[in-house]
Design a protein around this ligand. Structure first.
Ligand SMILES: Nc1nc2c(ncn2[C@@H]2O[C@H](COP(=O)(O)OP(=O)(O)O)[C@@H](O)[C@H]2O)c(=O)[nH]1
Ligand SMILES: [Mg+2]
Length: 186
């Protein structure tokens, strides 16, 4: 059995834990704890280490999903997870423009360490105040006409179909990247 490891990164409350739960076929192992800092204003629980889920892609391949903690003080976990990842999704909530610069920092953090396929998942597009995809991408530092920039996909992590659409785009990039070597499970 081959294993593909997908990291779900992004800002606090963007939907990382929800995405892992929506996709996973096993009960998710999570490390959500009561939020005690500024995160408590956004939500009661926050991920302190990781969310782990698993999805069988084919008889010979499974997908391991790793949701990262959102807060920068847990960035040692980002490092650990990303060093072993084959690809990643960066989630950003479209209705929280104040978080865009932080999302940009997360992208830089990851891209300084690894060169792996990525997709930008735009969440909360259904919420009041959601910005347009092109506005968000510009704020993340991308030229929207640049054909080499990562694809952006609208997704609601609560909706399995929309998440699978994003996953298909990402898998297309993984397959296109010839140097991706998947690891065999022990
Ligand atoms: N309406 C809506 N709610 C969302 C969307 N994405 C995530 N949420 C909600 O946002 C909240 C925070 O999600 P969570 O997965 O804990 O975020 P995390 O901090 O990135 O792990 C949850 O209540 C989700 O159901 C979206 O696209 N639309
Ligand atoms: Mg979380």
């Amino acid at each position: 059995m081959k294993t593909m490891r997908l990291v779900v990164a992004g800002t606090v409350g963007a939907g990382k834990s929800t995405l892992v739960r929506t996709l996973s076929e096993i009960e998710v192992v999570d490390t959500d704890r009561t939020a005690t800092d500024e995160t408590a204003l956004l939500k009661a629980e926050t991920t302190v280490a990781l969310d782990f889920g698993r999805l069988v892609l084919s008889p010979s391949m499974d997908l391991h999903l790793y949701g990262t903690p959102g807060q920068a003080r847990f960035d040692f976990m980002w490092d650990l997870l990303i060093q072993n990842a084959h690809c990643y999704i960066l989630l950003v909530a479209a209705n929280r423009p104040n978080d865009f610069s932080y999302a940009r920092e997360i992208i830089s953090f990851i891209n300084e360490r690894v060169e792996i396929p990525m997709v930008i998942g735009l969440t909360h597009m259904d919420c009041p105040g959601a910005l347009l995809p092109e506005e968000i991408l510009t704020n993340l530092g991308y030229d929207i006409h640049d054909k080499t920039r990562p694809p952006a996909v609208n997704m609601n992590p609560n909706d399995r179909t929309s998440v699978l659409e994003g996953l298909v785009v990402l898998m297309g990039l993984v397959i296109a990247g010839s140097d991706v070597k998947l690891s065999h499970s022990p």
